[in-house]
Design a protein around this ligand. Sequence first.
Ligand code: FAD
Length: 505
Amino acid sequence: MTGPGPVHWLFGDQLGPHFLRPSRDSGLERDTPLLMIEARSVFRRRRFHRAKAHLVLSAMRHRAAELGDRLTYVRADTYREGLARAVGEGPVSVHHPTSYAALRLVRSLPQVTVGPARGFLMAMDDFAAWAEGHRGRRLRQEDFYRWVRRDHDLLMEGDTPAGGRWNLDHDNREPPPREAHTLPVPAPYRPREDEIDEEVRHDLDRWERDGDVSFVGRDGPRVFPATRAEARAALRRFVEHRLPAFGPYEDAMLAADPVMSHSLLSSSLNLGLLDPAECAERAEAAWRADRAPLNSVEGFVRQIAGWREYVWQLYWYFGEGYRDSNALRHTAPLPDWWDTLDADDVRARCLHTVLAQVRDTGWTHHIPRLMVLGSYALQRGWDPAAVTDWFHRSFVDGYDWVMVPNVVGMSQYADGGRMTTKPYTTGGAYVNRMSDLCGPCAYRPGDRTGDHACPYTAGYWTFLHRHRSRLAHNPRTAQAVHGLDRLPDLDELRRQERSRGDAAP
Ligand code: FAD
């Protein structure tokens, strides 16, 4: 493939048409030859969920088939080997990659043009300037979100937010409907596998057999889009049929309905098959056409233009050292049953259900990630870097940029409060209120000690006790810390938690 002109290297998360738009700053022209590299070493470095490996390889190979002769698809052991084979020391251009490791790699190449990032709404320099303007004050996602809404004219009526309010969370966050086992909404889009998936399965089987790589989790029929056409169909189905119920139930959990009204679009967005602007704009169009209520549409736009974008920007703004933050000095290793997604070992019904969802699909929605998985890890004092790595490996939508802030900052409070104002953890009462998971559980959310003590309730109090001095000074947790003084059974509770150790609850 070596020739005099530059070759444009597309990473496996740069798969949509917006990554092919010509532009001078990225060195990409209409006919620039394209390169993709499938590096086996990536799968050797971490024990990934097999459904994730399947999805990424399937998406890359589908894209290669679509791009035909313009693209050279190299299967190599490492990226460097693939580059050496495809371009030698020749010139390469790339869009800004999505991890520090990949950025270091491309910057080390002898002749390289690194263009701005694509697939996000705001430029990194603009974010840095915005954040510098907030120097001395806490960065708030809400302020950032309003700025993005104004800048992109999303859900705006002139200078004011549509409906007169920026934030409609008050109308959302309801518990699941009583007595319902599933939400009464049409099922999400599901793709159909083809011969490329078959080839991927065959390769993964072979790699495992050769002892070259090993995976966790089940690789059942592929449930997430691998092509632009599939991703667009998934977006269409979500907006037309499922968006109206998104807002009210976005924080609720049902044992028999893991997806509820969530969009399942994260893996498509993170593979670059969808652009966030098109997702937000389609949702807004549904509201303007009176096909979805404002609280649901605002809730969804907030996820995409607020949270997703904020997390991306913070990853770069906080710098590479942020991943090593460990403000609470948590160092415990992850137990094996957790690491290998062994849900059958777990009796606590919420954790059993959610871990089984991850084992079976590599996905669970936001609240199980934060308030069931992340909260359990935080309460037990597990090493935040190991927790981040676990989420990265086990989720189909997990990439470095999105896992580091979400786990280190939002879920494990390892940054000491740079991203959130308080640790996200609660006792079993929260799970009980927001789900149908507690009813038939072997444990009782109200019990702190004894045979039926809920591991979340007990873990919550021992967590508060362990970090008492820090949390007593935080206005958002001070009252909860005072509650410790009223506990008659704190010593027993601590003894019980010590003897539980890292056994599955
Ligand atoms: P929906 O609930 O339908 O939301 C719509 C979209 O909003 C998502 O597709 C996603 O693109 C975006 N979004 C919402 N919140 C976030 C957020 N905090 N960060 C980034 N995007 C967001 N999301 C990932 O894409 N990859 C991850 O690896 C990831 N890891 C997470 C780990 C933890 C501990 C937590 C608490 C959250 C994590 N999230 C991650 C955010 C969120 O849980 C998922 O984006 C969401 O559950 C994906 O399902 P969905 O597409 O149905 O989302």
